[in-house]
Design a protein around this ligand. Structure first.
Ligand code: TXE
Length: 483
């Protein structure tokens, strides 16, 4: 057993005031890794009080001082990248190679990016009729950051870095399923002597701790990433309090393969877009729309590529797909595989853990094989509801107009990808998708200066580059009449 995870409040590691704990489990083995505080609103109150006490001094630091702190955090996470990768893999069941390449690396680059972005960011002035308008930015104050279990430190650092850059103090709550790397960020903060009270971490259940953060009157802004259903609860709580709110929610993204797509060249990219992190990425493509003229050829090539995915023990280097996050979640995903069959679908490869067991792994692990299903209407429940697991459905279309209609036919609007030999054609097609992000002949290709977020049930607002600077600061326009 690892040492217990504790809350990090006012620069100190402390248990929940009520003394109760939860277990965090390695989903690939079923083993309990350690415990975390089952905190309550009392702990959120203590964390918020610490954040408020630290706020004036932190807001009084210069942008350059805050940038230097972000670089120190990035340096420390860089030094600890193998520790971060190992912790993340154990906590989530994702392959160690993926945890290194994506989670640990991106956690460093999130801090590095916002340090560098902060150094070059400036606001315009507006001059008219002898008056100069200056944009003055100030921190929101104390902000609440609530994050999910699929990319734990990747998504927490994506919010912490710009929040600190803009002079805010923080009360953060990671998912109760994956506390380990958030805890390691606190360990790093303490080790480098980061000012106490600026970054506070409260662990526990969403309705207890997350809800308390969102409803705390002194927490003036909330950045939330998680499920759409929870996003609705967060929004309903925050809206009447007029808090700044950023919601990055679920997705049901379309991967569109046009008739001129070079199938052999793009196949690895399509498999990545479908099954990275066992499909537990809000940006994964879970519906593959293929021009009817190449559907049969695509189906055989894609199914063959999916069957070559190495599903296994996430601690082994050659594993490319580990377990899903929990047995509960595996059960949810399997219920959709059964629903797909009830709705008339045909499983081409994979299936439930009973139908298609994964060999050579712990029987206590929450493993599923990557699953491909065809024969469903694009309006079926399986093809319109978020599954968030290693399951994709295939659908044929006859015209680009039909492909656009199918791609837009869900209540989500986060991301999508289009694959074609003609990038101009792909760019034109992309403009017709009702999503926040579209990749053409690539996937999860991230320039951190770009706006990230979705429309419809995928959320409200954008984060990234200047959009994060805007979200995590308040603007005062100062108009100076020249003599
Ligand atoms: O999200 P939750 P989870 C989707 C995916 C997944 C579903 C649930 O469909 O199955 O969301 O995943 C906290 N007030 N995505 O469980 O439940 C909770 O403790 C305030 C897409 O991760 O929304 C956790 O810290 N907070 C998503 C965080 O909210 C509350 C990535 C997210 O939990 C709360 C992950 C409340 N009432 C899942 N209830 C994406 N878009 O990336 C819970 N929480």
């Amino acid at each position: 057993m690892m040492d217990p995870v504790l809350n990090f409040i006012d620069g100190a590691f402390v248990p929940a005031q009520n003394g109760t704990t939860l277990n965090t489990v390695n989903p690939a083995t079923g083993e309990v890794i350690t415990t975390l505080p089952k905190s309550s609103s009392d702990d959120v109150e203590a964390a918020t009080a610490a954040a408020l006490r630290a706020a004036p001094a932190w807001a009084a630091t210069t942008m350059d001082e805050r940038i230097a702190w972000l670089h120190r955090i990035a340096d420390a996470l860089e030094d600890d990248r193998e520790t971060v990768a190992q912790l993340e893999s154990k906590d989530t069941g994702k392959p160690i190679a993926l945890a290194r390449r994506v989670d640990a690396a991106r956690s460093v680059s999130n801090f590095r990016f916002f340090a560098e972005f902060g150094a070059q960011h400036s606001d315009p002035t507006f001059t008219d009729h002898g008056a100069i308008n200056h944009l003055h930015r100030s921190p929101i104050g104390c902000v609440g950051l609530i994050t999910p279990w699929n990319l734990p430190l990747y998504l927490l650092s994506w919010k912490v870095a710009p929040a600190l850059l803009m002079g805010n103090t923080i009360v953060a709550k990671p998912s109760e399923l994956t506390p380990l790397t958030a805890n390691h960020l606190a360990v790093v903060m303490e080790r480098i002597g980061f000012p106490s009270g600026v970054f506070n971490l409260v662990h526990g259940l969403g309705p207890d701790v997350g809800q308390a953060i969102v409803e705390h009157p002194d927490i003036r802004g909330v950045s939330f990433t998680g499920g759409t259903a929870t996003g609705k609860i967060v929004a309903a709580t925050a809206a009447p309090m007029f808090k700044k709110l950023s919601l990055e929610l679920g997705g049901k993204n379309a991967t569109v393969v046009l008739d001129d797509a070079p199938l052999d060249e793009i196949m690895a990219g399509l498999v990545r877009a479908s099954f990275t992190n066992s499909g537990q990425v809000c940006l994964c493509g879970s519906r593959i729309l293929v021009d009817a003229s190449i559907y049969e050829l695509f189906k055989s090539k894609f199914t063959e590529a999916v069957e070559s995915i190495t599903v296994g023990d996430p601690s082994e280097e050659q594993t490319s797909m580990g377990s899903v996050i929990s047995h509960d979640h595996r059960g949810k995903v399997e219920s959709y595989i059964r629903l797909a069959v009830e709705e008339g679908g045909r499983v081409l490869t994979g299936g439930t853990s009973g139908d298609a067991p994964v060999e050579g792994v712990s029987q206590q692990g929450a493993f599923l094989r990557p699953t491909v299903i065809e024969g469903l209407s694009h309006t079926s429940r399986t093809a319109t509801e978020e599954i968030f697991g290693p399951v994709v459905t295939l659908h044929a279309f006859h015209t680009e107009d039909e492909a656009v209609e199918m791609a837009n036919a869900t209540e989500y609007g986060l991301a999508g990808s289009v694959w074609t030999a003609d990038t101009e054609r792909g760019h034109r097609f992309a403009q017709r998708l009702d999503t926040g992000i579209v990749w053409v002949n690539t996937w999860l290709n991230r320039d951190l200066r770009t706006p990230f977020g979705g429309v419809k049930q995928s959320g409200v607002g954008r984060e990234g580059g200047a959009w994060s600077v805007n979200f995590f600061s308040e603007l005062t326009n100062i108009c100076v009449q020249q003599p």
